[in-house]
Design a protein around this ligand. Structure first.
Ligand SMILES: NC(=O)CC[C@H](N)C(=O)O
Length: 355
């Protein structure tokens, strides 16, 4: 079936459509060469339409163990060539089967280079995926659907659960956590109690953790100011490490500001510099918002990492409290393992305690 992606500004990209549902959402591009399954199951993409700049997708199939969450929360997928027969010893399903099982409409055979150039020059915008014969009034109705807010509520765990271990105890606030973040701490011996996003500070402290982890998650950090209030009550009580949305929420809780980037940083090939050592690392990233550097300047924080692409804040550390965070994804999945040292820094911080 022939289909098309129409952007808010009227630009149209045609291709072949897999799946019979239309889709709408914010269209964002990811520049990773591999990792399509991890990207599709990263809850931070909730309600977005993802396009990948790498031209051939699906060539190693999919397997359950690479899922980063319980399901795929994205609204649509737009790619160049869809490989029909993947080749990999771990493969369980073809990508097309995975997309159909998850109900994700996929537009393929699309000029994703032209699409990405459009998003880079005009900025991220809303789009719809439809069949080419969809009547104009239906297209208009779909385009008029407002972007979803408070998507954290959709992706967070409905119930608390525990990953048992005999080391340090971490309470992880799940705003849409990627599985490999939890695995990265678990494989360092930590016991992890994963709690829903709206757990109160009192309930978290009652679990007597050695440290608190604030996860990644979808949407604008300013959508969840109630969670910012919870974080305010946790700061200074226990060592805290935040990643991506967790980083942005810490910034808001401390009185800094966040803003929306023109087209975001998404890919597993994003260079960041650790300003403490001068070393440059290649990182995995997926964010559309960032912490405002100027608003941090008046606060007791050191900027520890910056993006080598645009100089924006990628990490910060409180000058007095055991509190630090990064905007990028040290757990990778997909991406390089360059940055896993941050989980070791969190473990060292928890061993030292809150003071
Ligand atoms: N991966 C994330 O946690 C993303 C954080 C936030 N939703 C953003 O887009 O900036």
């Amino acid at each position: 079936m022939k289909g098309k992606l129409v952007l808010e500004d009227g630009s149209t990209f045609t291709g072949d459509l897999l799946g019979d549902k239309p889709a709408s959402g914010e269209v964002v591009f990811n520049t990773g060469m591999t990792g399509y399954q991890e990207i599709l199951t990263d809850p931070s993409y909730c309600s977005q339409i993802i396009t990948l700049t790498y031209p051939l997708i699906g060539n190693y199939g999919t397997a359950e163990k690479f899922n980063q969450s319980r399901k795929c929360f994205a609204n649509g997928f737009v790619i160049g060539e869809l490989c029909e027969v993947g080749s990999n010893w771990q493969k369980e399903n073809e990508l097309s089967e995975f997309l159909q099982a998850n109900g994700i409409p996929c537009l393929y055979n699309v000029d994703t280079r032209a699409l990405t150039r459009r998003l880079r020059s005009a900025g991220t915008m809303k789009g719809i995926i439809i069949t080419t014969d969809t009547p104009k009034n239906e297209c208009d109705e779909l385009m008029a659907i407002p972007l979803e807010h408070r998507t954290v509520d959709k992706v967070t765990t409905p119930e608390k659960y525990v990953l048992e271990n005999d080391g340090l105890h971490i309470v992880a606030m799940d705003f849409g956590v990627k599985k490999h973040m939890l695995e990265s701490m678990h494989e360092r011996g930590c016991k992890i109690t994963v709690v829903p996003a709206h757990t109160t500070a009192q309930e978290i402290l009652a679990l007597q953790p050695d440290g608190i982890f604030l996860s990644n998650g979808p949407g604008d950090p300013k959508d969840v100011l109630d969670i910012v209030e919870t974080i305010k009550q946790l700061i200074g009580k226990k060592p805290i490490f935040g990643i991506c949305l967790g980083h942005q929420l810490i910034a808001l809780a401390c009185g800094a500001d966040t803003y929306k980037l023109k087209f975001g940083h998404r890919g597993s090939n994003q260079p960041v510099k650790d300003l403490r050592t001068g070393r440059v690392y290649i990182s995995a990233q997926n964010h559309g918002y960032a912490v405002d550097e100027k608003s941090l300047a008046k606060l007791p924080f050191d900027i520890t990492h910056i993006s080598m692409n645009d100089g924006t804040v990628e990490g910060m550390h409180h000058q007095k409290l055991p509190l630090f965070s990064v905007q990028y994804h040290p757990e990778a999945s997909p991406g390089p393992d360059d940055n896993t040292y941050l989980f070791d820094e969190f473990c060292a911080m928890m061993k030292k305690g809150a003071n």
